[in-house]
Design a protein around this ligand. Structure first.
Ligand SMILES: [Cu+2]
Length: 150
């Protein structure tokens, strides 16, 4: 069995496709988002795996469908969920970072178009090594109303 399927199953997400992007070193598994209206913000979830022997750092994310894309980390402090912007996220050698509800996530800020279920939200992940990975986040309505803060 190949690693992407294992990682996807481990996440327990049932309605997002098992899409994978990238190559030998860095790989993006199962990128997905939730429906959102133009002018508001959308989330971006995925598993970012580093199969190489050197750490790499996600430094920037670009997308043609948002004014800007930020990297955020959610945390619960005294029972209150909040999120902080991160300037960079290190992906350790041989490790992976999970972007998901209540954890790291991308925020597409100022959507230039509405995202409906089944749409694909394009983005480019840019790393300190110079690697650039083009990803399409599948918008999944099944994930929309879980009552989970991003
Ligand atoms: Cu956020």
């Amino acid at each position: 069995m190949k690693m992407p399927l294992i990682a996807a199953l481990a996440l327990g997400a049932v309605s997002a496709p098992f899409a994978a992007y990238g190559g030998v070193g860095l790989e993006v598994l199962q990128p997905w988002s939730r429906p959102a209206v133009a002018g508001t913000n959308a989330v971006g979830y995925m598993v970012l795996a580093n199969r190489s022997r050197a750490a790499d750092t996600l430094e920037k994310v670009e997308s043609p469908i948002a004014a800007q894309v930020e990297m955020h980390a959610s945390a619960v402090t005294s029972g209150v969920m909040s999120m902080k912007r991160r300037d960079e996220i290190v992906v350790p050698a041989g490790g992976q970072i999970i972007f998901g509800p209540g954890a790291y996530h991308l925020m597409f800020i100022g959507l230039t178009r509405t995202l409906k279920a089944g749409d694909q939200a394009p983005a480019t992940l840019i790393f300190s090594s110079g690697a650039r990975i083009k990803v399409r986040f599948t918008v999944s309505a099944g994930m929309e109303r879980q009552g989970v803060a991003h």
